[in-house]
Design a protein around this ligand. Structure first.
Ligand SMILES: [Zn+2]
Length: 285
């Protein structure tokens, strides 16, 4: 009825339009899930999980930036009490852009917690003013307050630089180093709490455990690493990479997918027990 008065030309246009519509639908059905990243991404993850279960390869590339797991949430309670400016003075500031170790004008802040010792935050003079430095010291205070007490008490101070390099820890010196732009980036992906935790693990546990006979034996018996990063630096990163998973399993198990927990129990049972013991022992101190 609709086409009663249409000419042949109109029919041709209609058919072409219908064909184009069909082609477009066909393309979008194929492309949408891939680009949308939902169904196809989940399938890919499932395949990756199965593959890693079968081949004993790591579960993730890295623990913090390559996962969507919010191990420690910004809204979690913390022991932060207050932050105060102390002085401007000379401090050793490794990792500075200039390469100079000594910074004569470091802005020094002190963080107080509801329990445990105070921690100093040393912000490089390159921040320029007390207020500019304090913006970043403020971003750190509550996150330090989320650390387990034992780990926080092992920290002597934290070094803050302007810039966007990756954080690193100096276990023997009892401190770690963060960069302002990298902090903002990690905040934007809910990863700064985990970064602080990771670096604090290096400070609190590496010296006594990361190269210990028992840890190495656990690594050998498990034979598999939870992340590629841990696998690439077994004596340096495996403990810190594994610890965030085990800590979350102990404190907020619901934040880990069942599949992740099962993977840990199947693939790294010895290190799971090792780190659980470590947190349980140090929790009592
Ligand atoms: Zn590390």
């Amino acid at each position: 009825m609709i086409y009663k008065n249409n000419t042949l030309k109109h029919w041709g246009q209609t058919i072409r339009a219908v064909l184009l519509f069909v082609v477009l639908i066909g393309v979008s059905c194929k492309e949408a899930p891939k680009n949308g990243g939902t169904v196809a991404a989940k399938e890919a993850l499932k395949v990756a999980d199965q593959e890693s279960e079968q081949t004993g390869t790591p579960l993730y590339r890295t623990s913090i930036t390559a996962t969507d797991i919010d191990f420690i949430r910004a809204s979690d309670t913390d022991a932060f009490k207050s932050l105060a400016y102390v002085e401007q003075g000379a401090r050793e500031m490794p990792g500075s852009e200039s390469g100079e170790l000594m910074d004569p004008g470091t802005f020094v802040f002190q963080v107080n917690f509801k329990e445990g010792k105070d921690i100093e935050i040393w912000a490089h003079s390159a921040f320029g003013t007390i207020n500019a430095a304090k913006v970043y010291a403020d971003k750190l205070g509550g996150r330090l307050g989320k650390l387990p007490l034992y780990m926080r008490n092992k920290l002597s101070h934290v070094v803050l630089h302007k810039g966007d390099s990756n954080a690193f820890a100096e276990d023997a010196g009892g401190f770690f180093v963060l960069y302002s732009e990298n902090m903002d980036e990690r905040i934007s992906t809910n990863d700064l709490e985990e970064t602080v935790f990771h670096e604090a693990v290096h400070v609190a546990f590496d010296l006594a455990h990361a190269k210990s006979k028992e840890w190495k034996e656990a690594q050998k018996n498990d034979g598999v690493f939870i992340t590629e990063y841990a696998q690439s630096r077994p004596e340096k990163e495996d403990l810190a990479e594994s610890a965030i998973f085990v800590y979350t399993k102990l404190t907020h198990p619901g934040r880990l997918d069942d599949k992740v927990v099962q993977w840990m129990e199947t693939n790294i049972p010895n290190r799971l027990v090792y780190i659980e013991d470590l947190f349980e022992k140090t929790n009592k101190k």
